[in-house]
Design a protein around this ligand. Structure first.
Ligand code: RNT
Ligand code: ZN
Length: 480
């Protein structure tokens, strides 16, 4: 029995003090957050009592000690088999699909550059002030090693030019592969390939909100040189670790009542042609559109139509970020429309709440729809998976684990769809049968197959991984 199981009621603060969060920054942070003190509104007191009843720490620890539910898998697999789905194949494919995890969740998109003075963030804003953000490359790497042990399946790691470790200020257009040698050695040691992104924001020459489309030639040329340098770096990563995706996103746009929408797009087209003019071995080029950004609400130069046609005409890949479309637009539906013309299709898996808010990815309808469509398209080898979100208001390592596990889970869920039956019903014109089959998915024992996948990948199931996160928070993150 742990102390929390005693019958004496304890406040959240006491529980926190007794448990993992014994250090000052976490106590202060959590006190500030909880409005539930004795004598306040009855509803809040009630919630506080409910929270006590949950005994979070004990639940996580107990989960961590449980052996995962190997027992249920056989029966579950039989249920799937009865609907024509092979659970073994689904598990194998789900675990083998690489997910490229974004480094920028660790440090709220700050980067490691040595620079003087503040710079504009290019409309990217991580909100929240949860303690423990990574401050150095070593801290990002250590944090990711913890996250990676809690995520099943094949991973890659995705860094940005602003994560160069140069030891002295190096202009972005002079970056070289050697400035990323620590990333490469580390990734190689873990068997992860590295993906890359030019950083065309958070820089004095991006202060106008324009980079590759800037009216000034000298500024455009700086960013062209930067993007070319980035392709060389990606090509180096590719040769060392296996193909590297180099994804170009720029913030370029205008705030209000744009007078000339054509010339900036012509300039972007020319700049991109200059960037992409020669082939770089092992570098897979993609371009990423956006609907709008903070401060550039009226006009985005690199809109979806622009980049889709650019990618198609130039033979490069397209990146679809789930937060970069109108909130009612379906990214899932775009996959089958695009993949026959443009390859690869890189998915930036994100979760927008009301706007491109980059919330931690969850196993929700949108994500399931994207994974379903990717699997149904039969073109999985042309679809690349990457995460792109940043939440500074919660434990950042947990944010990684929650989001990437959700992607893996949704991939497995999609691979377990009784899809052939649904297609058969559709071809037979039997709409009711199709609906019934799709509804039955919610009743199938998915959890048992997911647990089995986690067990085979040697990572915790259920809530067990949270015990690890809390330990790391108490031992490492809280000391930052
Ligand atoms: C921005 C894009 C882009 C960035 C990263 C940091 O809206 O989504 O992919 O999030 O490059
Ligand atoms: Zn993105």
């Amino acid at each position: 029995m742990t102390p929390a199981a005693s019958s004496r009621p304890r406040s959240i603060d006491t529980a926190i003090k007794d448990r993992a969060f014994t250090t000052k920054p976490f106590r202060a942070f959590r006190r500030g957050r909880s409005a539930t003190r004795k004598g306040e509104e009855p509803l809040l007191e009630l919630l506080q009592e409910e929270n006590e009843a949950m005994k979070l720490h004990d639940v996580f620890e107990a989960e961590a000690k449980k052996r995962s539910g190997a027992g249920n898998y056989k029966a579950a697999a039989e249920q799937f088999a009865a609907l024509g789905v092979d659970a073994e194949t689904a598990i194998a494919k789900a675990l083998a699909t690489p997910i490229s995890v974004h480094c920028w969740q660790a440090d709220d998109v700050r980067g490691l550059e040595l620079r003087e003075g503040a710079v504009d963030s290019g409309g990217l804003k991580a909100t929240g002030n949860y303690p423990g953000a990574a401050r150095t490359g070593d801290e990002i790497r250590a944090d990711f090693e913890v996250a990676a042990r809690l995520i099943p399946g094949k991973l890659r790691f995705n860094i940005h030019a602003m994560y160069a470790e140069t030891g002295r200020p190096v202009p972005r257009d002079e970056l070289q592969p050697e400035h990323f040698s620590r990333w490469v050695d580390w990734a190689a040691a873990h068997g992860w390939a590295l993906d890359f992104n030019p950083t065309c924001f958070a820089h004095p020459l991006a202060a106008d909100g324009l980079t590759l489309a800037h009216p000034k030639k000298t500024i455009r040329q700086f960013w062209i040189r930067h993007c070319r340098a980035c392709r060389d770096i990606a090509s180096y990563f590719g040769r060392r670790l296996g193909d590297s995706v180099c994804n170009i996103w720029i913030p370029d746009g205008l705030k209000d009542t744009t007078a000339d929408r054509l010339r900036p797009r012509e300039r972007l087209l020319q700049s991109l042609d200059a960037v992409l003019e020669d082939k770089k071995p092992k570098c897979v080029d993609t371009v990423e559109s956006k609907l709008f950004g903070i401060g550039v609400e009226d006009y985005t130069v690199g809109s979806h139509e622009f980049y889709l046609l650019y990618a198609q005409s130039r033979g490069v890949g397209i990146c679809l970020d789930m937060g970069h479309f109108h909130p009612t637009e379906s990214v899932a539906d775009k996959i089958s429309a695009i993949v026959a013309f443009v390859r690869p299709v890189l998915l930036h898996v994100s979760r927008g709440l009301r706007w491109d808010s980059d919330h931690v990815v969850r196993f929700n309808d949108e994500l399931r729809a994207v994974c379903d469509e990717a699997v149904r398209s039969g073109a999985m080898k042309h679809i690349l998976w990457a995460t792109d979100y940043f939440d500074a208001s919660i434990n950042r390592v947990a944010a990684w684990v929650i989001g990437v596990r959700a992607v893996r889970k949704a991939l497995l869920y999609a691979l377990l769809e009784p899809w052939k039956l649904a297609v058969e019903a559709e071809l037979a014109g039997d709409g009711a049968a199709k609906l019934a089959i799709e509804e039955a998915r919610a009743e199938l024992p998915f959890a048992a197959v997911w647990e089995e996948a986690c067990r085979r990948a040697d990572v915790p199931t259920g809530l067990a991984w949270m015990a690890e996160i809390r330990r790391y928070e108490a031992e490492v993150l809280s000391k930052r």
